[in-house]
Design a protein around this ligand. Structure first.
Ligand SMILES: C[S@@+](CC[C@H](N)C(=O)[O-])C[C@H]1O[C@@H](n2cnc3c(N)ncnc32)[C@H](O)[C@@H]1O
Length: 296
């Protein structure tokens, strides 16, 4: 009744079943636990994890993301169609959790001055290798800065826009601190736009097939998802409900002006971990928060 895929594809999708919020990243659910993880443990684990996975991540997803394109999530919504950043020409932009900085290069092509940041040197190295040909072709540069999104090394009120496509937000223990940092570096009237996993997905197995459509855990359980190996924490993901996000944004002095739940693009047939045409046609997988810092 709910299927958009043929039977063979559904059989194959069913084999991916697990209850692991991070399984879209190739994590091993047998090493998973739900337990507390503080900001230091979280940052250390995730920095190392992204350093080690950078090559594999872009080998798998690089062609979907493009070298200087801006995709808001696995549904395939592109900034060129969504226009969530507004007109960036002549504006100063900051990308957090930029990975290989594809979105920053897109913004630079549109006339923005943009700085791309990430906690992982491995991810930024991918960005550096794409920056070379980009600068050669366009004459444009995108500086890369390694830093934690919860502790940005930039002066107050130095950017018109802060943004990220799936970077940093689900990977920090203290997302209220991340919101406060974004608000701090924004000029009054500036915009903070970020996409992240839709909170409802926390209640469902991270499975692209039918098992991913049945609730198996509580949406309200904020206990982090933690991977560990030989006693060492290797990966952490943190959950916030929609209400939590709104409260954190408001406390940071940001006003939520739109909440975009991208619909699956019909021409998009890719399965990205738990994101698939089957689920994408039925439930949201991504939430994009569009926020504005109050003008003085
Ligand atoms: C799913 S990737 C998204 C990257 C890029 N936007 C893309 O679509 O390829 C998540 C990124 O968040 C970064 N990240 C994780 N924790 C972070 C933190 N505390 N501060 C800044 N970046 C962080 C990771 O290093 C990784 O590059």
């Amino acid at each position: 009744m709910v299927g958009v895929n043929d039977a063979d594809e559904n059989d194959e999708l069913s084999n991916h079943s697990d209850q692991n919020p991070g399984s879209h990243l190739g994590l091993d659910p047998s090493q998973a636990a739900r337990r507390k993880a503080d900001p230091v443990e979280t940052a250390r684990a995730n920095r190392t994890w992204w350093d080690l996975e950078a090559d594999g991540y872009y080998a798998e997803h690089g062609s979907f993301l493009g070298d200087d394109d801006f995709v808001w999530g696995p549904e395939g919504l592109r900034e060129t169609d969504a226009g969530l950043l507004g007109d960036v020409r002549g504006r100063e932009l900051l990308e957090i959790g930029a990975g290989a900085a594809q979105c920053s290069r897109y913004a630079a092509r549109k006339g923005a001055r943009v700085v791309a940041t990430d906690i992982s040197g491995g991810m930024l190295r991918q960005g550096a290798s794409l920056n070379g040909p980009f600068t050669a072709a366009t004459g444009l540069t995108v500086p890369l800065v390694q830093c934690d999104a919860t502790s940005l090394p930039f002066a107050d009120c130095s950017f018109d826009t802060v943004f990220t496509s799936y970077g940093a937000v689900p990977f920090v223990a203290d997302s209220a601190a991340l919101m406060a940092q974004a608000a701090r570096v924004l000029r009054p009237g500036g915009r903070f736009v970020f996409s992240t996993t839709h909170p409802i997905r926390w209640a469902l197995p991270d499975d692209p097939g039918y098992p991913g459509l049945t609730v198996t855990s509580s949406y309200f359980d904020r206990t982090p998802y933690v991977e560990q190996e030989s006693g060492a924490t290797t990966y952490v993901e943190h959950h916030r409900t929609l209400g939590d996000r709104v409260r954190e944004l408001t406390a940071a002095g940001l006003c939520l002006v739109d909440l975009v739940e991208p619909e699956w693009q019909q021409e998009n047939q890719q399965v990205w971990g738990g994101w698939s045409p089957l689920r994408g046609n039925l439930i949201p997988g991504t939430a994009i928060f569009v926020c504005v810092k109050a003008a003085r």
